[in-house]
Unconditional design. Structure first.
Length: 373
């Protein structure tokens, strides 16, 4: 696309040059009527301004650059028309008309370059989003298949042996598998639905008073069977039991559930997960730290940008991967005007952290997530 656009612009420039040369050639006395010093001055100024703008103004948007360039061109055109009807001083041509024309041309050229870069950036974002969604398919299939396989297996055993559930120990094991599988699938389905709502921009906050410590206790109870299966210990560190913030309780619960589910998934057998909550800098900071393999810098960058993540060699065989759950976490935190980040957990593992403000300035803000069109 870039090559085609550059060739089109080059062809247009050459065509205009040829047309101008032809018109000058057939005009009588063209050599005497053209101010060649002015042309050389304007061309040199055009080149200088273009490269100066390229170095100084790369943060400008294409609309601003094109608008300013067009405005300067209008100034140059106005002074040129004025010069046709009135004899204006030479300094007006030298200090206003010629610089405005050169500056305008430089800014318009730079604006077109910015516009091309912005369009390429949008296309890259769209392709990145498509790659991310494509990479989710095997992860979602694996995450749904695992609990379903357990449920089908236990149901098949109970069907083949009617006395299977008469044993209290087996019955308890059966209920644990059913509960764990149902909770995992519910969380995954909720994440898929929330991701769709976020993409369509239909998510709204319903803020209210959220008591953080009781909420964390309730969430940890939901993962009782998952932690029991892997013999994982969850350590809750929330000294202020009265810590309260204004937020959407359902979405805060979903944030912590996803972080805790990922920590359990990537924790080793018999590992420890630490769940910390503190009031810091006018907000509430929650950290979920695990003792897994940890994350490399490129993996953290992939998580923050919705890019497909390359797995570590140690995890190649289990099809594990951070996917839609962390995407929901990041966007829910953003919806609360908070901050989400990942950092290493010493001596090994990773910490997934987020900060939410104690108060929401807008009582009912809508999702501000922007999607490439």
């Amino acid at each position: 696309m870039r090559q085609k656009l550059l060739l089109t612009l080059l062809g247009l420039l050459l065509g205009l040059t040829a047309l101008g040369g032809f018109l000058c050639g057939i005009s009588p006395g063209w050599n005497e009527t053209i101010d060649w010093r002015g042309i050389v001055f304007e061309a040199a100024l055009f080149v200088f301004v273009f490269f100066w703008n390229l170095a100084v103004l790369p943060h400008w948007k294409s609309t601003k650059t094109l608008s300013l360039g067009s405005l300067l061109f209008l100034v140059a055109s106005f002074t040129d028309v004025h010069d046709e009807f009135f004899l204006q001083p030479y300094w007006v041509n030298l200090l206003i008309e010629d610089p405005s024309q050169a500056l305008g041309a430089g800014l318009i050229g730079l604006g077109i370059w910015f516009w091309v870069r912005e369009k390429e950036g949008l296309l890259d974002q769209l392709q990145q989003q498509r790659d991310f969604e494509a990479s989710l398919i095997p992860k979602l299939s694996h995450d749904l298949r695992a609990p379903l396989t357990n449920l089908c297996g236990m149901t098949s055993v109970a069907e083949e042996d009617p006395k299977f559930l008469e044993d209290p120990k087996r019955r308890q094991e059966y209920l644990e598998v059913m509960w764990r599988g149902a909770k995992e699938m519910c969380l995954l389905i909720d994440n898929i639905l929330e991701s769709h709502r976020l993409k369509s921009g239909t998510v709204e906050l319903k803020p209210g008073a959220v008591s953080l410590a009781p909420l964390l206790d309730e969430i940890c109870k939901d993962f009782y069977y998952q932690t029991k299966k892997k013999e994982i210990t969850i350590v809750k560190d929330c000294p202020d039991r009265a810590l309260t913030l204004e937020a959407d309780q359902v979405k805060v619960m979903r944030i912590v559930q996803n972080l805790l589910a990922n920590a359990i998934r990537f924790s080793p057998q018999g590992g420890k997960i630490t769940l910390r909550a503190r009031a810091e800098n006018g907000g509430v900071t929650v950290r979920v730290a695990d003792e897994g393999l940890g994350l490399e810098r490129d993996q953290i960058s992939a998580i923050m940008q919705d890019a497909p993540m390359v797995k570590k060699k140690e995890a190649e065989g289990d099809n594990k991967g951070y996917g839609i759950g962390l995407k929901v976490v990041r966007e829910f935190v953003q919806l609360h005007r908070g901050r989400f980040w990942v950092e290493p957990n010493s001596p090994h593992g990773a910490q997934f952290c987020f900060t939410l403000p104690l108060r929401q300035s807008d009582p009912n803000p809508k999702s501000k997530i922007q999607n490439p069109k």
